[in-house]
Write a protein that binds this ligand. Structure first.
Ligand code: SF4
Ligand code: SF4
Length: 132
């Protein structure tokens, strides 16, 4: 759900959007892709998530921007990066990344999700066969 925050209210959240980096990764298709995801998740402060708004797969590194000052203000605001300038406070992560996403924080979570997905697919196939 989009945040209810409006421009000018950013000072109250502790600058959540300045404390991580997200990089898009392709949907995993091969064993190597899946192993790479497990490897990402073996690291501390790393998540992988599927954004259900657009179906994209992403890796998130929780890491504080070096331009954030002690009062959680951007030291280079007037010259901040394009990605920062385009970030809309009216639709931000202050309500939580996990709202419309499947999030994995450890290889075991990803493994369990894959098993559940495989079971769902098998049940669907069985249902289709029964109907024939
Ligand atoms: S855009 Fe959202 S997450 Fe970023 S500082 Fe403003 S309220 Fe916080
Ligand atoms: S450059 Fe400024 S606005 Fe962008 S992430 Fe860093 S502190 Fe936040």
């Amino acid at each position: 759900m989009p945040s209810a925050r409006k421009r000018g209210e950013c000072h109250t959240c502790g600058a959540k959007c300045c404390r991580y980096v997200v990089v898009g990764i392709g949907k995993p298709h091969t064993r190597i892709d899946r192993e790479e995801i497990r490897w990402f998740l073996a690291h501390e402060n790393v998540k992988v998530f599927i954004d259900h708004d657009d179906g994209s797969w992403n890796v998130q590194f929780t890491t504080r921007c070096r331009h954030l000052d002690r009062r959680n203000r951007c030291r280079i605001y007037g010259n901040r990066y394009q990605v920062c300038a385009e970030h809309d406070p009216a639709d931000c992560e202050d309500t939580g990344l996990d709202v419309n996403a499947t999030v994995f924080t450890a290889p075991e979570e990803y493994d369990a999700w894959r098993v559940a997905q495989a079971l769902t697919r098998r049940r669907k196939r069985q249902l289709v066969r029964k109907r024939k």
